[in-house]
Design a protein around this ligand. Structure first.
Ligand SMILES: Cc1cc2nc3c(=O)[nH]c(=O)nc-3n(C[C@H](O)[C@H](O)[C@H](O)COP(=O)(O)OP(=O)(O)OC[C@H]3O[C@@H](n4cnc5c(N)ncnc54)[C@H](O)[C@@H]3O)c2cc1C
Length: 201
């Protein structure tokens, strides 16, 4: 069975930013050495439908699907991240030994799970998570998973809209970065962020 340090379920802005932040810590901290990450994503993200005029730093009129592809390419530059396209139907286990079951029968294993599956529905069985109405959705019948500061329980985090964030790119992406820093901080036993500075400073 393939084993990962963190399995991220969801390849929208939240899941991809979690992966990017975790991966970019490589080479900076000894505690991430050798760690590997997996992003599992299904058919589409909400961003695929968007025309973007208000994402900071992104040219007005950019298509959401183009930005998503650009971020996927950016994440792919890190060799410690793998992508898997498929639908997760079940997950179980505990910190250090989660199993994630895909619709096609494949089973993957991870130490941590990050759930970043958006706010439309949550149909992954086996984890006994509390799914409640989304508190900030402009439309009815959207959901979030109950959590405490993005942590659901030991080893399980939620990021993006499934964590109750407003449906804006920056909020979903920021939530993914926050969860990655939380996991890195847990590994380090102290607060960790991932920053770079130009060589001449
Ligand atoms: C029409 C439209 C226009 C928008 N315009 C703007 C805008 O102009 N500006 C702005 O800031 N924001 C905009 N947004 C909002 C923005 O797209 C969302 O806030 C953002 O995409 C949410 O990110 P997320 O990662 O939380 O969820 P999503 O982007 O929904 O990603 C969820 C991911 O989880 C995956 N997934 C779900 N279930 C499973 C499963 N069982 N197995 C495997 N994978 C799974 C999906 O395939 C997807 O990859 C718009 C959204 C829409 C719909």
């Amino acid at each position: 069975m393939e084993k990962y340090d963190v399995i991220i379920i969801g390849g929208g802005p939240a899941g991809l930013t979690t992966a990017l932040t975790l991966a970019s810590a490589n080479g900076k901290f000894p505690f991430v050495e050798g760690k590997n990450y997996l992003v599992i994503y299904d058919e589409y993200s909400d961003l695929d439908k968007a025309l973007l005029n208000n994402v900071p730093g992104i040219e007005k009129g950019t298509l959401g699907k183009d930005l998503l592809e650009r971020i996927r390419e950016q994440v792919s530059e890190y060799k410690n991240v793998k992508f898997f396209k498929g639908k997760v139907v079940k997950a179980d286990g505990e910190k250090g030994n989660f199993r994630v079951y895909l619709e096609d029968g494949k089973v993957l294993s991870g130490d941590y799970l990050v759930i970043a599956t958006g706010f439309h529905k949550f149909e992954i069985s086996g984890l006994d998570l509390e799914v409640v109405p989304h508190p900030k959705s402009p439309r009815p019948n959207k959901i979030m998973i109950k959590h405490n500061d993005n942590k659901v329980r030991d080893g399980i985090y939620v990021a993006g809209l499934v964590a109750g964030e407003p449906t804006m790119f920056a909020c979903a992406s920021g939530s993914g970065a926050k969860v990655a820093c939380d996991i890195l901080s847990e590994w380090a036993g102290k607060t960790v962020v991932v920053h770079d500075v130009p060589n001449d400073q």
